[in-house]
Ligand binder design. Structure first.
Ligand SMILES: [Mn+2]
Length: 326
C-alpha cells in the first residue's frame, strides 16, 4: 500500500490539473464537511474540480446552511478522466462507493480515519487517531500553507463536532480541541454551528425517535438494547433515513447496556432489506467484527451492515452474535 503524508498532499493539491472530490453514501457531518471544505479550497486555489456524493437521498437538513451544496453532484458515479485525481474521504471501503470505474481514473487518493480502511487508494493517507476526516484535511491544508477562511473552517468544524459527539466521545483528543480552538480563532461561529446542527430538529425526526423508543427492548440481561423501524413506521412519521440519526445513541445511553443495535427496513424493487447500526458502549464487544460477518464495516465501537430477511430474524442473529462476545 502506498502511503502519503499530510505535507505530500498539502503540496500536491495546488498543483492538481483536475480533481473529483467525494465521500461515502448516506453522508454524515464528517463526509459533508470534508466534501464542502475541499470544494471551497479547490475554488480558492482556482483548481478545476467537481464534487460528488453517491446516492439520491437528500443531504441531512442540518447541514443545509453550508455554502454551495447545490454544486455537489448526486446519483450514479460520474465520468472520471485519466487526468483527474480522485479525492475520496471518510470512506473505509471502496465497496461503499460505486467506484468500479476507479481504474479508468488517475490517482485515487484515499483520506480517512476509519481503523478498518482497506487502503484501496493508489495513494493513502490513513490516520485512525484523527477524530474526524476533516481533522486530516485540516492538517493537509496547514501542511501546504493553504489559507483556511471562515467558510472552509466551518465545514471542517462540522466534521469534528459531529464525529466527536460534540467533543464527548473517546476520540476527543487534545488535538481535536486544539483544532477546534484554531478554527474558532479563524472565525468559526461555534454557537451558531451548534444552533444549526442541534436546535432545528425536524418534527418527523422527533416522531421517528418516539416510535423507536416505544419499540425498544432489552435482551441478554440488559446488555443488549435493540429497536427497529419498519418501512410503515417511516411513512407514518413522514420520515426517511436521514431522520434516524441519533436514535442509536439513545439506545446506547441506557444504564447497563453494552451493545446497542438499531435496525430499520428499506424497501426497494429488490424487496426488503434491513440496515443495521451497532454500538459498543465500552469497547469490550467489537461490533465491527459482527458487521464484517455480513459484509459491513466500521470501528470497534461503531459499525453497520445491511442484511436480507425480516426484522425479527436479523435481530435474532444480532442477539446470538453479541451473546457469543459478552
Ligand atoms: Mn468520519
Amino acid at each position: 500500500m502506498r502511503t502519503v503524508s499530510e505535507r505530500d498532499l498539502g503540496l500536491r493539491l495546488p498543483q492538481e490539473r483536475d480533481i473529483m472530490i467525494m465521500a461515502h453514501e448516506n453522508p454524515d457531518g464528517d463526509a459533508v464537511g470534508c466534501v464542502v471544505a475541499l470544494m471551497l479550497m479547490a475554488r480558492q486555489l482556482g483548481l478545476s474540480h467537481r464534487a460528488y456524493l453517491p446516492g439520491d437521498t437528500p443531504l441531512p437538513a442540518e447541514y443545509s446552511f453550508l455554502p454551495d451544496l447545490q454544486d455537489i453532484m448526486r446519483g450514479g458515479f460520474p465520468e472520471v478522466h485519466s487526468a483527474t485525481s480522485l479525492y475520496i474521504m471518510d470512506s473505509a471501503a471502496a465497496s461503499r462507493l460505486d467506484v468500479h470505474r476507479l481504474q479508468c481514473a488517475g490517482d485515487c487518493i484515499n483520506i480517512d480515519h476509519h481503523q478498518d480502511n482497506e487502503g484501496y487508494g493508489t495513494l493513502n493517507l490513513l490516520d485512525p487517531t484523527a477524530a474526524s476526516t476533516t481533522q486530516i484535511l485540516f492538517n493537509i491544508f496547514r501542511a501546504g500553507d493553504l489559507p483556511i477562511d471562515k467558510a472552509i473552517g466551518t465545514a471542517l468544524y462540522i466534521g469534528l463536532v459531529t464525529d466527536t459527539g460534540r467533543f464527548q466521545y473517546s476520540n476527543t483528543t487534545p488535538e481535536a480541541h486544539r483544532m477546534a480552538a484554531s478554527l474558532q480563532e479563524l472565525g468559526v461561529d461555534v454557537n451558531g454551528v451548534y444552533s444549526q446542527l442541534y436546535e432545528r430538529t425536524p418534527l418527523p425526526k422527533t416522531r421517528l425517535l418516539a416510535v423507536a423508543l416505544e419499540r425498544l427492548s432489552l435482551r441478554l440481561g440488559g446488555a443488549l438494547a435493540v429497536s427497529s423501524l419498519t418501512a410503515a413506521h417511516f411513512t407514518a412519521a413522514g420520515a426517511d433515513e436521514r431522520h434516524t440519526e441519533g436514535i442509536i445513541d439513545q439506545l446506547r445511553r441506557i444504564e447497563g447496556v453494552r451493545v446497542a443495535a438499531f435496525v430499520r427496513e428499506r424497501v426497494s424493487d429488490d424487496g426488503a432489506q434491513q440496515k443495521v447500526s451497532l454500538r459498543s458502549t465500552d469497547g469490550s464487544v467489537d461490533v465491527a467484527s459482527i458487521a464484517h460477518l455480513e459484509g459491513g464495516g466500521g470501528h470497534v465501537r461503531a459499525a453497520g451492515f445491511s442484511a436480507d430477511g425480516d426484522v425479527e430474524s436479523v435481530i435474532a442473529w444480532i442477539e446470538r452474535e453479541v451473546k457469543a462476545r459478552l
